[in-house]
Ligand binder design. Structure first.
Ligand code: IDP
Ligand code: MG
Length: 159
């Protein structure tokens, strides 16, 4: 493997699914040159919601957040590439879509903090990417393969 193998967890939230944005969001990461290594269309139950958002347990918005994230299906993904966690967060934008730059996913598709379309692992929270991948995916659900375009995305590709 190489330094291109960093993995990050991403999820289209129930509002993004209902608004038909799965394809658009997947396209953005594909276009960037990232490699999809896992994907799962699923419904989050109460227990998983509590575990995933455990850091926000004491916040006033926690109950509403759990209700929202369990309210409909989500599309969970794992994307791989150089500096993937930080790069994906930059593509996602700020937590509040109203503060997110046009060109980012939240800045292009959202207007409201409570419905911000997408989740992505926080690059400032050490190990959050691996923790969240483990929470949502079994090892055998992550697919090991070579992406032929990597030779063109990266100047030096060692596959
Ligand atoms: P992030 O998704 O950008 O990492 P966090 O601060 O980790 O943002 O918050 C997790 C999620 O909780 C946000 O994506 C958003 O859906 C929700 N959230 C955060 N702050 C608020 C708030 O003040 N009101 C309502 N929902 C919030
Ligand atoms: Mg967060």
């Amino acid at each position: 493997m190489s330094h291109h193998d960093e993995r990050t967890f991403v999820m289209v939230k129930p509002d993004g699914v209902q608004r038909g944005l799965i394809g658009e969001i997947v396209s953005r990461f594909e276009d960037r040159g990232l490699k999809l290594v896992g994907g799962k269309f699923m419904r989050i139950d109460e227990a998983l919601a509590h575990e995933h958002y455990g850091e926000h347990e004491d916040k006033p918005f926690f109950d509403g957040l759990v209700d929202f994230i369990t309210s409909g299906p989500v599309f969970a993904m794992v994307w791989e590439g150089a500096d993937a966690t930080r790069q994906v967060r930059a593509m996602v934008g700020e937590t509040d879509p109203a503060e997110s730059a046009p060109g980012t996913i939240r800045g292009d598709f959202g207007l409201d903090l409570g419905h911000n379309v997408i989740h992505a692992s926080d690059h400032e929270d050490e190990g959050a990417n691996e923790r969240e991948i483990d929470l949502f995916f079994d090892d055998e659900e992550l697919v090991d393969y070579g992406l032929d375009t990597a030779a063109w995305v990266y100047e030096e590709e060692d596959h």
